[in-house]
Design a protein around this ligand. Structure first.
Ligand code: NAG
Ligand code: NAG
Ligand code: NAG
Length: 378
């Protein structure tokens, strides 16, 4: 009896101990990332403290156990914006950021827009940080995260970033990475963004793994005025290596993802669901290897006209082309009530050579991703 009690206390202790560290390890390109490592965890209690821990030069394990609400921390702005898709209540309006309305939407009706300033620019995250949420408690509301200027070795796990002026284009991006290296985003939920959920800018972001994330495009404001967010994910970097595995990306209508620069994307075992526009937009220079994914109710899987390269793992004989460079034969994708995906370009598969590569399972496994992705699921 006593032994049982001690054993169960010990198990409870281990569980508590596990809750303040990173769970698991990155697979794929960002393998080896350690974030804040074994630094003593810190527990910010205010938005100012969170900003300070993320932005200082110490290695840190930063544990979020509450909602950090930035909505009005930097005030609000009322300004003239535009209505490129009409003024219906389900339509997104736009901020005239850098003259976007003037330069690109010149014929759109001018409207007054009001927005929270804090969402415009994410909180800067410096090198050697782990940002970890406890259970389903770690929420950052009204401001995203920004990993730039050479920052590296960063883990973001089990948090929810939400509510960045979702009714307005240019309202805010969830996670921005530009000029960085070794970043792992895992079990993160992003919802209600004004602009991108995750954006890798045009500088080199190098080795990135995005896994088990819930990219939730459900919104009340969108360009098509139909509750499906358009500006999903944008990988635009030079020299970017992106492993995208076990993510649930749903209720979007475009850019899910859009790729440019010379990004090499390994999209494996993800679940795309309910997209009434397009998922992939593959522009010149980008290279996409997609395997073991499920596309369910995705109207257009790859937007026509993109000049980038795609290998869509079409059949078991073609998929043997992966073995020499990824260490495994690629897995076919699964499709339900969706458009087609046909990419037979094997010319870039050699680029995976010598890199850390995520394993792949049969697409039937990807169907369960919606139950395990996002924050609150580890
Ligand atoms: C991050 O940690 C590594 C290893 O401890 C160290 O070499 C590096 O200087 C740190 N980077 C910064 C910017 O503190
Ligand atoms: C497999 O796909 C390739 C295109 O990469 C095609 O040439 C070939 O005919 C296909 N094989 C079968 C058995 O469908
Ligand atoms: C990747 O593949 C493309 C297409 O074959 C090629 O042009 C490029 O040089 C390759 N990059 C590297 C780093 O091997």
């Amino acid at each position: 009896m006593k032994t049982v009690l001690i054993a169960s206390l010990f198990t409870a202790f281990l569980r508590t101990a596990a809750a303040v560290g990173v769970t698991g390890a990155a697979e794929g390109f960002a393998k080896g990332v350690t974030g804040g490592g074994s630094a003593t965890p810190v527990y910010p209690s205010t938005t100012a403290e969170l900003i300070s821990y993320l932005g200082d030069s110490s290695a840190r394990v930063i544990v979020l156990q509450k909602t950090f609400d930035f909505s009005t921390t930097e005030g609000t702005t009322t300004a003239t914006g535009c209505a490129p898709w009409g003024t219906g209540s389900a339509c997104q309006l736009a901020i005239n950021q850098n003259g976007w309305c003037d330069n690109y939407q010149a014929t759109a009706k001018k409207v007054t827009v009001k927005y929270n300033n804090a969402a415009s620019l994410g909180i800067q995250v410096k090198s050697n940080k782990s940002i970890i949420g406890v259970g389903a408690k770690g929420i950052i509301k009204g401001k995203g995260l920004r990993i730039v200027s050479g920052a590296s070795n960063i883990i973001i796990q089990n948090i929810h970033i939400t509510d960045l002026n979702p009714s307005l284009v240019w309202g805010g991006d969830g996670i921005t990475i530009n000029n960085a290296d070794l970043v792992w985003i895992d079990h993160v939920t992003t919802s209600l963004m004004g602009r991108q959920h995750i954006v890798l800018g045009t500088s080199a972001s190098n080795r990135i793994t995005i896994s088990n994330c819930d990219i939730d495009g459900t919104t009340s404001w969108s360009p098509n005025c139909d509750t499906y967010h358009y500006w999903g994910v944008y990988f635009a970097g030079s020299s970017d290596l992106v492993t995208f595995k076990n993510n649930y990306i749903h209720h979007t209508s475009g850019r899910s993802p859009k790729l440019a620069g010379n990004t090499l994307l390994h999209a494996v075992n993800n679940y795309w669901y309910e997209n009434n526009g397009h998922a992939f937009e593959i522009d010149a220079g980008a290279m996409v290897l997609a395997e073991g994914n499920v596309f369910q109710n995705v109207a257009t899987i790859v937007e026509a006209g993109g000049a980038g390269k795609l290998f869509s793992s079409p059949n078991t004989s073609a998929n043997t082309a992966c073995k020499a460079y990824l260490g495994h034969n690629c897995e076919v994708n699964g499709f339900g009530t969706s458009g087609t995906m046909s990419g037979t370009d094997t010319s870039f598969i050699k680029n995976f050579s010598g890199k850390n590569i995520a394993s792949a399972s049969t697409y039937t496994v990807a169907k369960t991703v919606k139950d395990t992705a996002g924050f609150g699921n580890i």
